[in-house]
Design a protein around this ligand. Structure first.
Ligand SMILES: [Zn+2]
Length: 300
C-alpha cells in the first residue's frame, strides 16, 4: 500500500527566494517525494480549503474573518512574519484543510501525511511565528466535534515550543498536548502544554533519542488514543538556521522511526505534518522533510 499523502500546489505562496521563510520548500518537497517514488498518483490527495466554520472551532471568529478577507491588522502580520494577502490566506486555509484530510485518511488507513502543516504558534486570537491558522488544533477540534475521535494526542517535536496549540487546547480534555523543544528557542514566553520537555542548546542525536524513548511509553500509557498528530519539524537539525539543537539526518530518521513505530505497533493511527525547517539550502531542507514520508511509507 502506498502512503496516503495530502498536497496542494498552492501550499507555496510564492515568496521571494531570499525571504526569511523558505516557501520554496513545499514544491521541492514534492519533487523529492516523486524522485523517491513516495508520491504515488493513486495515493496523492488534493487538499481543500478549510471552511470558516471549522476554523472557528479553534480561532476567534473575527481573526478567521480577517484572514479570509485579507484584513489582518499590521501588528498581527508583524507577529506572523509576513503580510496576509490572497495567496497567504489561501495557503493557510489549504494547509489546514490538508491536515484535516490527512487525519481522516489516517483514521481509515492507519497513517497519512500532509506536505504542509504544523503551524503550532497560531493561537486562538491570532497568528504568530510564521503560522496563520493552527492546522493541528483545528483538525483535532473537527474530529472531536464530529465524534470521529474522543482521545487525541499531539506529539510536537518541532524545535520550537507548541505555544499556540497549548493556548487553543488548554481547556479541551479530549486532546493531550506534548511538546519537546529547545529551551532557549522562540517563543520567549511559552504557554504550558499538558506536557513539556525543554532541551538544552546543542542536544544531539543520542541524548535526544534517549529522552524520546523514555517519554513515548509514558504518553501511550495515559489513554487509549484514537489518533496521534505528529509534528515532525526538522528544525532540530544541526544545520537549521533557527534551531539550536544538533540532530543529524540519521537522528531525524531514527526519531521519526521511533515515534511512528511506537504508535503503529499499538495500532494507533498517525497523522504526520511537516512542521518547521529553515535553511538557505532549500533542496537539503526539502530532503530533511522527506524523511518523515520515507519512514511513514514503511508503515502503510
Ligand atoms: Zn519550529
Amino acid at each position: 500500500m502506498p502512503l496516503q499523502i495530502v498536497h496542494h500546489p498552492d501550499y507555496d505562496a510564492g515568496f521571494a527566494t531570499n525571504h526569511r521563510f523558505p516557501m520554496s520548500k513545499y514544491p521541492l518537497l514534492m519533487e523529492a517525494l516523486r524522485a523517491r517514488g513516495l508520491a504515488r498518483p493513486d495515493a496523492l490527495n488534493a487538499a481543500d480549503p478549510a471552511p470558516a466554520s471549522w476554523l472557528r472551532l479553534a480561532h476567534a471568529a473575527d481573526y478567521v474573518d480577517q484572514v479570509i478577507n485579507c484584513s489582518v491588522p499590521e501588528k498581527i502580520e508583524r507577529e506572523i512574519g509576513f503580510p496576509v494577502g490572497p495567496r497567504v490566506s489561501r495557503r493557510a486555509q489549504l494547509a489546514t484543510g490538508g491536515t484535516i484530510l490527512a487525519a481522516r485518511l489516517a483514521l481509515r488507513h492507519g497513517i497519512a501525511c500532509n506536505t504542509a502543516g504544523g503551524s503550532h504558534h497560531a493561537r486562538r486570537a491570532q497568528g504568530a511565528g510564521f503560522c496563520t491558522f493552527n492546522d493541528v488544533a483545528v483538525a483535532s477540534l473537527v474530529l472531536l466535534d464530529e465524534g470521529a475521535a474522543q482521545n487525541i494526542l499531539v506529539v510536537d517535536l518541532d524545535v520550537h515550543q507548541g505555544d499556540g496549540t497549548a493556548d487553543i487546547l488548554s481547556d479541551e480534555p479530549g486532546v493531550f498536548t506534548f511538546s519537546m523543544h529547545g529551551e532557549r528557542n522562540y517563543p520567549a514566553r511559552k504557554i504550558a502544554s499538558d506536557l513539556d520537555i525543554a532541551l538544552a542548546d546543542g542536544t544531539g542525536d543520542a541524548a535526544y533519542l534517549r529522552r524520546l524513548a523514555t517519554i513515548l511509553p509514558e504518553l501511550s500509557a495515559r489513554a487509549r488514543w484514537d489518533i496521534v498528530f505528529y509534528n515532525a519539524g526538522v528544525d532540530v537539525h544541526a544545520e537549521d538556521r533557527l534551531g539550536r539543537l544538533a540532530l543529524s539526518n540519521d537522528g531525524l530518521h531514527a526519531r521519526d522511526e521511533m515515534v511512528i513505530g511506537h504508535f503503529r505497533a499499538l495500532g494507533i493511527p498517525i497523522c504526520g505534518v511537516i512542521g518547521g525547517g529553515y535553511s538557505t539550502d532549500v533542496p537539503a531542507l526539502a530532503a530533511r522533510h522527506a524523511i518523515l514520508f520515507e519512514v511513514a511509507s514503511a508503515y502503510t
